[in-house]
Design a protein around this ligand. Structure first.
Ligand code: PMT
Length: 222
């Protein structure tokens, strides 16, 4: 197999946002469309991998060649689905925008408008999926994403080290890139290197990312 092939490897990808319910009709979410993660899943399948895709609430068709898709809604559900599937994965690529917090109380009935009064929601921290995987003694090759509005390089390299990742793909959000957009631009960082992937459509960027992941995987895990 070529250095950039993923033939014989099992790749797990997360994509899209998470929704944290407040009551039966309201939730806290984010602007992730799932396009980046779905493109990564498709590119991994094209590179020969057996791909499992864990998707948050998105309206996208399953990409060609993807073997398994698991649909989830909340960060807790995504955490459980990814941790369960990671046992069978050689590589995990976390492109999902996982909610960091969730309402501590979910109302069973629709909250009523309280004319004139403020409403306070108490939020609790969600478990970090990448950090949970990194803490396991045997875990897949871990690729994180970092979406930042400022100081992208510093935050991304910090996350690479702190979360114990093998690689991180940093994207600046805003200016027609990142969340929801058709295009993105990525800077990849690993322990002793970096690569700049210039602005391009997400499917093209995903193919370049997968080529780097395959090369780093072969270099470090054989
Ligand atoms: O979906 P699109 O509209 O195409 O947009 C793509 C994207 C901008 C969402 C994508 O390219 C991207 O950057 N995804 C990660 C967004 C993000 O929320 O990053 P973060 O900096 O909050 O998290 C860093 C990493 O930790 C991510 O790999 C994330 O999946 C992971 N994480 C975060 C929180 C958590 N509880 N568990 C995690 O595993």
């Amino acid at each position: 197999f070529g250095n950039q092939s993923l033939a014989g490897l099992r790749v797990l990808v997360s994509a899209g946002p998470t929704y944290e319910d407040i009551d039966p009709v309201r939730f806290i979410g984010n602007r992730s469309s799932g396009r980046m993660g779905f493109a990564v899943a498709e590119a991994a399948a094209q590179a020969g991998a057996e791909v499992t895709l864990v998707a948050g609430p998105v309206s996208l068709a399953t990409p060609a060649g993807v073997m398994r898709r698991v649909d989830v809604r909340s960060a807790a559900q995504m955490h459980a689905a990814v941790i369960g599937a990671a046992v069978h994965a050689d590589i995990y690529i976390g492109a999902a925008a996982v909610g960091d917090y969730r309402p501590l109380e979910v109302s069973a009935v629709k909250l009523k408008k309280r004319d004139g009064d403020d409403l306070t929601l108490r939020l609790g921290e969600n478990p970090d999926i990448l950090a949970s995987l990194a803490a396991q003694t045997e875990h897949p090759f871990l690729v994180g994403f970092a979406a930042e509005t400022h100081d992208v390089a510093d935050y991304a390299q910090g996350k690479l080290r702190r979360k114990g990742l093998d690689m991180i793909a940093a994207n600046q959000v805003g200016g027609g890139l990142g969340f929801e957009a058709a295009d993105n631009a990525l800077t990849l960082y690993w322990a002793d290197g970096a690569a700049e992937l210039a602005r391009a459509a997400k499917p093209e960027l995903a193919r370049q990312l997968i080529a780097h992941v395959a090369a780093r995987y072969r270099a470090t895990r054989g």
